[in-house]
Design a protein around this ligand. Structure first.
Ligand code: SF4
Ligand code: SF4
Length: 319
């Protein structure tokens, strides 16, 4: 009997999600023994035309990581949607727009100017920016079009499942692939991680008081913090109460507060708004001046609350 077919692809990605697949290590061999990996540009030499030549629905499941910023990525997402029975958004950028989506705070033109003209390490005296079409020695060279905004994958194509995280843990990726191969998937549209917030499984949850009261938010370098105590209880912002669990508390165990890469829990429409609302609920003051001072002690609030979800939030970008 023919083996099930798996494909992997990346769009606007830092490569970390690809790394998380490589981190499956020997488990990759287990997967390769029961499935054919038919397309994975970072690791195997297959061409776009090989995918285009496949029958619709021929691939059992495709995992796509990275957000959508270029027209080439949009086209590939649409092709892979057609060719795959299941399409899985792999990692925060595909799931919510991710860190790549923070670019929506700027115009596309500003992003290109910054990257190609203003960064101190760039030498570009003629101020040349990438063009869709260039004629070089009589030869036409084409580059993908850079869209105005970054989008999450489900703003372009229908998605069957999501593996959250920046990047997801190899354990979650293995579990998701095995669910596909063993026909053990939950209802379509599910996020393949914990249902509850990170605080519920956090190793520091036992010491967290029922009622938190904060007079000032401190940054990590501004205080000597107790590595066993809840971050929030020490006035250090941790987004664990508004973030889905399932990450094995990797950041907490490395003594860093949660920044929300697993996205919101079910039925929360806007992770940033949820984070903002829980933080404001624990501020311990009724005095307007003091409240302003405490709010001002939150560095880069938009970048903090929407670090992974701006592109898919209600704001979508700079308003
Ligand atoms: S989710 Fe994180 S690790 Fe994955 S591509 Fe985006 S930035 Fe990189
Ligand atoms: S706020 Fe952060 S440190 Fe505290 S219990 Fe929740 S996840 Fe853990």
């Amino acid at each position: 009997m023919a083996k099930p077919k798996i494909a992997l692809y990346w769009c606007s990605s830092c490569g970390g999600c690809e790394e998380s697949v490589i981190d499956l290590a020997e488990d990759l061999l287990t997967i390769a023994a029961i499935a054919d990996i038919v397309f994975w540009p970072i690791a195997i030499d297959s061409k776009y035309k090989d995918v285009a030549a496949m029958n619709d629905g021929e691939i059992t499941a495709t995992l796509i990581n990275g957000a959508i910023r270029m027209d080439e990525q949009e086209q590939m997402a649409k092709i892979l949607r057609r060719k795959s029975k299941l399409l899985i958004a792999h990692g925060s950028c595909a799931h919510l727009g991710g860190v790549a989506g923070l670019a929506n705070f700027y115009k596309a033109e500003d992003v290109l100017n910054r990257a190609y003209k203003e960064v101190p390490t760039v030498r570009n005296p003629q101020g040349i920016l990438p063009k869709v079409k260039t004629i070089e020695s009589g030869r036409e060279v084409r580059l993908p079009f850079f869209h105005d905004t970054v989008k999450s994958l489900d703003q372009i194509v229908d998605i069957d499942y999501y593996i959250p995280g920046c990047p997801p843990t190899p354990e979650l990726i293995k579990e998701a692939i095995m669910m596909v191969l063993e026909d053990g998937l939950p209802p379509r549209g599910s996020i393949l991680a914990e249902k509850k917030a990170l605080c519920d499984t956090c190793p520091r949850r036992d010491g967290r008081p029922d009622k938190l009261k904060i007079k000032a938010f401190k940054r990590l370098h501004e205080t000597e913090w107790d590595p066993a105590r809840c971050f929030l209880d020490q006035g250090i912002i941790c987004l664990g109460p508004a973030t889905r669990g399932g990450c094995s508390a990797r950041c907490i165990n490395a003594n860093m507060p949660c920044r929300g890469c697993f996205g919101p829990i079910d039925n929360v429409r806007d992770q940033g708004a949820k984070s903002l609302s829980f933080l404001t609920s624990i501020i311990d003051s009724k005095d307007e001046e003091e409240l302003k001072k405490i709010a001002d002690s939150i560095p880069d609030p938009a970048g903090l609350f929407y670090r992974y979800s701006l592109a898919s939030s209600m704001l979508r970008g700079r308003q």
